[in-house]
Each structure stands twice: as structure tokens, then as C-alpha cells.
Design a binder for this molecule. Sequence first.
Ligand SMILES: [Ca+2]
Length: 512
Amino acid sequence: MNLTINLLITCLSISLISCTSNQTKDVAEKPNIVFIMSDDHAYQAISAYNSGLVKTPNIDKIADQGIKFNNAFVTNSICAPSRAVILSGKFSHLNGVPGNGQVFDGNQQTFPKILQQNGYQTAMIGKWHLKSHPTGFDYWNVLPGQGDYYNPDFIKQGKDTTYDGYVTDIITELSIDWLKSRDKNEPFCLLMHHKAPHRSWMPALKNLELFDDAYFPLPENFYDEYEGKEALKVQMLTVKDHMDVRMDFKIPCDTCDTVSVNSWAPGEYWRRLDRLSPDERQKWDEAYKKEEKEFYEVKDDEPEYDLWKYRRYMEDYLRCIVSVDESVGRVLEYLKENGLEENTIIVYTSDQGFFLGEHGLFDKRFMYEEAMRSPLMIRYPKEIMGNLQTGLLTQNLDIAPTLLDVAGISIPDDMQGISLRDIWQNSDTPWRDAIYYHYYEKGFGATPHYGVRTERYKLIHFYDVVDSWEFYDLETDPNEMKNLYNDPGYEQQIKELSDKLNELQDLYMDTI
Ligand SMILES: [Ca+2]
């Protein structure tokens, strides 16, 4: 495998002595862990994955100097469930958080708890979103619920507190402050979880005019008509029809038609904006005047209005990404300046992927590629020489076992993931040939579904709101436009995937 060759060549070029001494140090010195996770960060909006949309030079560094996972998936594409899977290393049906409504039981086993029991200083800073207070952390300072973008409230070790500023900057500063104050004789594990770029995509005030002149072409399957896709016909998550003029496009139009579903009422949006000081609010209003003017020019011209909606979506979403990238740069810089680069494993990921107009959608939830797949990259110079990538099928389920493995701690038998360390250390390790997915929530017109994805094929069963099956050949149809489930000629492949689905449900103990 290419990975082995790359590693071997790099190792030999440094000389055998240095490789040997690294191995000795591994035993003596526990690695530090910095786990950075953003919320709803699509891999399409990371230049290491897609150079066409936005530049993310700092996030890219983690991939350039480490390993980039090109087929990293979640088990259940929505915020709280993904976080519970990552912490526990178990699927949603076993960790107690199948949807955003459940409370995470903090008494259960998590990887930070195990690290703490093994001498690690642990910290959780930023978006937690699991309803119960964090457990297993020496220090925690988290946003209540979804949190706010501006001058946000936090819960610091159980105590309500408020910080002035922009949430991404605050999470970064709190994280660096904690790194500075830690006991330098012990290894550490920092979880830095950004709120951004979650809806409703409110950028840092200094970035409100970024991308003003940019052109964002619609994705080629923006106008997917959902033929053979019964679940997509009933969802309420399209850019065209389900974004709110005020909350999503930031246009202060009280008479405009608006879409308010679930808790995302416009009132909620204004409450969030009310957090700005009068000076900040003035800056905000000034910055969006251009967009407001454009809105009245295009709103009655449908094709133009669609383009405009997509552009409004991309502008604010990407403005939020720019701050996340800056944050990663600041953390990398701190590690470098403090001699922590070599012995720290840095992970960058998102709690899931996100649709940036593919199939006409925003949001996540569905088992289509853009929502199910997340960015994942790991930098760990002691073991990964850099510029590696892999297409093996990985899941957020694997993060807990990976971090425990790197820390030299045995992985509990009841964790369901596999250590990714095997991928960069031992190319001959047999790897999974399929992944299992199960989404449960019904919000925004979404239908619960489960399915299986192999390297080439995907089989999905929607149940409850809509009962239907979908089957895709990702090699001939990477945009998942043609549901082949009822087409003649695929019976054999569908049978194989169906058997695989049953096998994985048994393996992971998911009784449907
Ligand atoms: Ca999310």
C-alpha cells in the first residue's frame, strides 16, 4: 500500500537511528491530544478537500503535515448524536442519544474519562450540546445548548458566565488560556469544539464583507427533482423553499414570506442579534445593506432569486469558516511556539458533513454523501510523516479507540470502532469493507432511515414518515441522482448489500 511505502521512505531518509529513537520516546512520553471539532463544517468547504470554494490554509496544514481521510463518515448525521458517538465509541442505539432531544448519560464510559483515569489532564471547551453537564474533564467551559455567536453565555464548570466577543474567537482564547495554565508535567487532552459554522451562520463582525464580490455557481445537482427519492420529496430543507428571509438571508423584511419550522422562528434569530451592543448592531446593519438592496432587485425573478439565495447562504457560511480556520492557525501556532508540535496528536473534524446546495439542500441528516461524510485529518509527526491520505472507510465511531490507542491505553471491548492508527502504522491490517448508518430524527420533514455503504454502493431504507428503499452506484453516479433500487440488472448487488446490512445490524446489535 502507498501509505507504507511513504512512511518507510520518510523514515529511511531521516535515518534509522532517528526512527528507532522515536520509538523509544513513544514508550516514555505520553502524547498530548488536541481534538478540534467544528459544527456542520462540510468537507466541500475545506481547501484540502476542494480548492474551489474557500481557502483554509491552517486546517490544510493538518492534512499536509499528517493524514487526510477521504472516506470518513458519521454513523448518524446530526449534532448531539455525533458527539455522543465520538465520546463513547458506540452507535446511537447504545449510547442513549439517537436524536438531539435525548440527554447524554454522563455516567457512561467515554474516552476523555478513560484518559483522565490514566493520568491525562482533560478539558472540554466550546459547544457540548448534550444536555447533561460534561463529565470526565478537569476543566470544562461550554455553551448552553446551541449557544450564541455574539457575546455568548457559557457554563463554566457549572457556573453561568458571559464573554464579550465572537464565539469562535472566545473558544480559541479559552482553549489557549487552558493550555497555558495546565500542569506541564502531565499529558493533556483538549477538546475544542466550535459552534461555527452552524445555522444561522453569523460571521465575525470583521468578516461581514468577505466574499461580497465572489461568484458561487450552483452545484450541478441543485435542481434535483427527487425522482425515486420519496424521502426528499417531503423534507423541508431546501435552499430554494425553506430558508428564512430574515434568519438565513439576514434581510430585515417583516412583510416577506418566511419559513419557520421547528424552533427556528424568526424571533429566535432577532433574540440572537439582540446580543450585539448598539455599536456592533450598527456595524451589522450597515454591512447587510448591500444584501438588502440586492434582495429587492431579485426577489421576483425566480432563477436570479435562486442564485441569490445560494450566494447569501455561501457568503455567511464561508465567512464563519474563515474564523474557524484562523482559530486552528492560532492553536497550531501555540503548539509550535511551546515545543508541543512533535508530541501532540491534532485531529480536525466536524460533527458531520453538510449540504452546500447539493440536491438543492442545506443541512445534514440524510445518508447522501455530503451529509454523511465529514472532514477528518490527523497530524502526529511522531508517527505520521505527512502528506498522506487514505480512502479506507472510517467513521466517527473510530475516534475514541484511536485516541486511546495513541495514548497507549487498551481499548475497551465494548467500544465499537477501530483504531485508525492501524491505517498509518500497518498497511496489512484487514479493514472494514462496509459501514453502517442509522438516522432517527423527524425534524424538518426528515424521515428516519438506516443503510449500508461500501466502497462502491449504497443501500438506504427510509422508514416511518416514508417507507422506501434507495440504491446507488457511487462509481457511475457519484452525485447520487439515479435510484437504482427497482432497476433490472442490480439484483445481485442489492442482495449483497442487503446481506451486509443485516450482518452489520447484528454486529453492532441494532435491532430494528
Ligand atoms: Ca452539527
